[in-house]
Design a protein around this ligand. Sequence first.
Ligand code: G4P
Length: 525
Amino acid sequence: MMKKLKDEVQSRRTFAIISHPDAGKTTLTEKLLLFGGAIRDAGTVKAKKTGKFATSDWMEIEKQRGISVTSSVMQFDYDGFKVNILDTPGHQDFSEDTYRTLTAVDSAVMIIDSAKGIEDQTLKLFKVCRMRGIPIFTFINKLDRQGKAPLELLAELEEVLGIESYPMNWPIGMGKEFLGIYDRFNNRIEQFRVDEDKRFVQLNEEGEIVGEHSLKESSLYDQTLEEIMLLDEAGNEFSKERIADGTLIPVFFGSALTTFGVQTFLDSYLQFAPEPQPRNSTAGEIDPQSEEFSGFIFKIQANMNPAHRDRIAFLRICSGKFERGMTVQLSRTGKSMKLAQSTQFMADDRSTVEEAVAGDIIGLYDPGTYQIGDTIVSGKEGFLYEKLPQFTPELFVRVSAKNVMKQKHFHKGIQQLVQEGAIQLFKTLKTEEYLLGAVGQLQFEVFEARMRNEYNVEVLMERQGSKIARWIEGDDVNENLSSSRSLLVTDRYDKKVFLFENEFALRWFQDKNPEVKLYNPMDAS
Ligand code: G4P
């Protein structure tokens, strides 16, 4: 028997880790799973990432890249909490799904490599989190290596991200001279590479070590005390409320590889990270603890098994309890159906899920029923959760059918894949040529493979490179402003969009045509 629904929901912590490739996401995930007892060996998640775990039924692209649906969502128990970590694939696997995953979490953990600071992909993902207003926790990683000065990193956070931060702990030295972290929140020092029984040193009310201690002999200890004083006097104040509303980012330092600072991070994270929150819908705010089951689809993974062409639709449960076999309604069509085939994801296996509650993610077998953004409810009165945001594509290809005789299949395939949310479609104004837009190269590859496998069409894709897409306020514009460097196209809703060749072309256009008000949907908050 499950505990009371309220307790179950309150124990959920659902988050994604956002980072630039190589910052340490896989390593940190693995350490968190180890704490949770979800895996036994370090190296399990890594093996998956490098493809050593390949099993037979993944889609070809997935196999090559070593992505698996089982690592898309990982759940573990820790200290009375049920933690769900959602993977946000990056680098060459970066796609709109990476962004959409952030619509299904209640908070995010941002990992930063202490030597590199804030990198490109981190910034993009951060912006989406801000757009969603979700709290972000920062883990500055690799302190066992020489990196940027901590004060410099903090300044970078505030300048580049434009957000205030509160260091929960502070490093004492780094690299070869890394001695540990000064834990402001727990008023103790956690020593690096020191026996377990001596690892924590409690501090007095003034925040200093009482009596004799080897740490006091190091000038790094004095330097840390000075820096802490500076933070206390000139830094931001700790505020639980501001962390919860996402306006203050708690910052932790550590070294995922050596498992240092990870547990301290996890403990505080679970204490301050939000439980599942109410979500807006056409029926008003939906309370996660309400008895009625509801959720939305945020990702569809196609062709898990090419022989069956099945897909898995990822559903974020937003309220109530899911029970296998329950009858629900797809709000978009009003059709009712039985949720018999469902999957829950674990680090090392997929298993059938019998029950899950608000905050959890389940996979639904999808014979082609679902679209991204679909709402599913158990009650008689269907409602819709807020539409998923539109993400601005950055890469474009011109697409056509290789064989002109296959036009019908080609149009059907494109229409369905666009509707499902796999890729974005644009058309040139008069010639009505098709352009596909994506945030990552992987989307084109998946598109090409699915057109071939599911619609039996070979496509021709002509790379257009990266472009800056800007929508037009009021949607009214002189079509003669279109040129090769500022190409005017329409999106799938017939809204006009300029595709600029580069920043320069964008600025030049704005200077010449100040009356045309351009906007990026991802900047709207
Ligand atoms: P990612 O998922 O964000 O892409 O990063 P991943 O965890 O794979 O880490 C990238 C590299 O950084 C790995 O080294 C990993 O061992 C290293 N790393 C992660 N955390 C730390 C840390 O706290 N300290 C140090 N010094 N290194 C860290 P690699 O050489 O690319 O891979 P591997 O051969 O070691 O597995």
